[in-house]
Write a protein that binds this ligand. Structure first.
Ligand code: ATP
Ligand code: MG
Length: 392
């Protein structure tokens, strides 16, 4: 095996005590993404090595771009640690390429190797100068030749692809993502996964006011972000009865506030059932009436569970940019109505009063209806993007 993939870990290297757990979870996440490939993974405290067929290296590198926790991904050549083998490989890599200038960057991780990094740079530079027409340029070389001397061998490479960073998904446990068909919540989900939080999704549907397409759209969004996890399920709450109860008994200005308080109450219960530690949603400060700080305070009051809002401080345009990057945007803008957008009041309250909410809720039979919602919750598993491509 002379070519392989070397992985440099991301931020996790700063978390010394938990390093082992981090690396094991990362290892499992990588194995899941590469389950259709015949790979062998070796790992140590600073690097992971993936051995596979040479003609699959590029493809695997692409797959790894969806694994959080990777700082960089390098296709490299492994050689024995001696000057002859290393220089032979270096010359082989650069021969027939149209480079004018080069720089050698040696990293001697194995201190048993007797030549220092600087000295080795000079030695190897001399060999390249002698055997090619190239010149040294330490500032802007056409090609940077990296040589990492490690206990298990020496790794030579020229190109390094950036990984997507973040923490391995799952190291933080799970959060419950309130997932609508909009633009914001899938982005909120992606950002949470990036911090190592695995997800369950919660979707409120109100048939017949909301359609089967709306549900399929949400499931497809979940399946797109599931590429970063593999474990995501969508829990669907039939919200119609409770929503109708609210619309029948609550003045128009307060329906959204009360409805969102109900959503949070249900989210907390589902989170507990599904062993999620937090609730996550796509609220963004000031975006709509229910997302003013005053609204957030009054709505959030129904739960003690932390509510994380990853896009709270982002502009809509920034959220859209990220949605495009993670490929949820095209699905999010499909025109199927969500339960929050049906019967939208003309003048929703933007500074709701807590006492007023409490008084209004006294007239609602909400505790029973919430129980009923949870009893009738549907769980969608085995998310697979392709399945929904045909439906939508
Ligand atoms: P948009 O991108 O159009 O703003 P949105 O999904 O953000 O869509 P909002 O009305 O802003 O819609 O809702 C705020 C948040 O509340 C959502 O990001 C989502 O987390 C949650 N939410 C709204 N509707 C639902 C729903 N039907 N099911 C689950 N969560 C919902
Ligand atoms: Mg929104």
């Amino acid at each position: 095996m002379n070519m392989l993939i070397m992985i440099k870990y991301g931020e996790l290297t700063t978390k010394k005590a938990n390093r082992k757990t981090f690396i094991n979870i990362l290892n499992n996440n990588i194995l899941r993404v590469l389950k259709n490939y015949d790979v062998k993974i070796k790992k140590d405290r600073v690097r992971m090595y993936i051995e596979t067929k040479e003609n699959e290296l590029e493809e695997i590198t692409k797959k790894l771009q969806k694994v959080f926790g990777l700082h960089s991904i390098v296709i490299c050549h492994k050689v024995n640690t001696n000057i002859e083998d290393i220089s032979e490989k270096v010359l082989e890599i650069i021969k027939n390429k149209n480079f004018q200038t080069f720089k050698i960057n040696t990293k001697r991780a194995d201190k048993k190797f007797p030549i220092s990094s600087m000295e080795f740079n000079h030695k190897m530079g001399g060999i390249v100068l002698k055997n090619t027409d190239m010149k040294v340029d330490v500032h802007q070389p056409d090609v940077m030749i990296h040589i990492e001397i490690r206990q298990e061998g020496t790794f030579v490479y020229t190109d390094e692809s950036k990984g997507i960073g973040g923490y391995p998904v799952g190291i933080q446990g799970k959060g419950l993502l309130m997932l609508s068909g909009g633009i914001d919540s899938p982005v909120a989900g992606y950002l949470s996964l990036k911090r190592g939080v695995d997800l369950e999704c919660l979707y409120f549907e109100s048939p017949p006011h909301t359609s089967e397409e709306a549900k399929n759209k949400v499931t497809k969004l979940a399946s797109i972000i599931n590429e970063y996890s593999g474990n995501i399920k969508v829990n669907v709450i039939p919200f119609t009865k409770l929503q109708e109860e609210i619309y029948k008994n609550v003045p128009e200005t307060y329906v959204i506030t009360i409805m969102r308080r109900m959503m949070y109450r249900i989210a907390e219960k589902v989170a507990k059932i599904k062993k999620c530690k937090i609730i996550i949603n796509g609220e963004s400060i000031g975006q709509v009436a229910s997302q003013t700080l005053d609204s957030m305070v009054v709505i959030n009051q129904v739960t003690n569970m932390p509510v994380i809002r990853p896009v709270a401080c982002m502009d809509k345009l920034e959220i859209i940019e990220l949605a495009k990057k993670i490929k949820t945007y095209e699905t999010s803008i499909l025109p199927y109505e969500d339960c929050c957008t049906i019967f939208l009041p003309k003048h929703p309250v933007i500074h709701p009063e807590l006492q007023k909410c409490l008084d209004l809720e006294k007239n609602l039979n909400y505790k029973e209806l919430i129980e009923e919602c949870i009893q009738n919750m549907e769980v969608i598993e085995n998310l697979n993007q392709k399945k929904f491509e045909e439906i939508l």
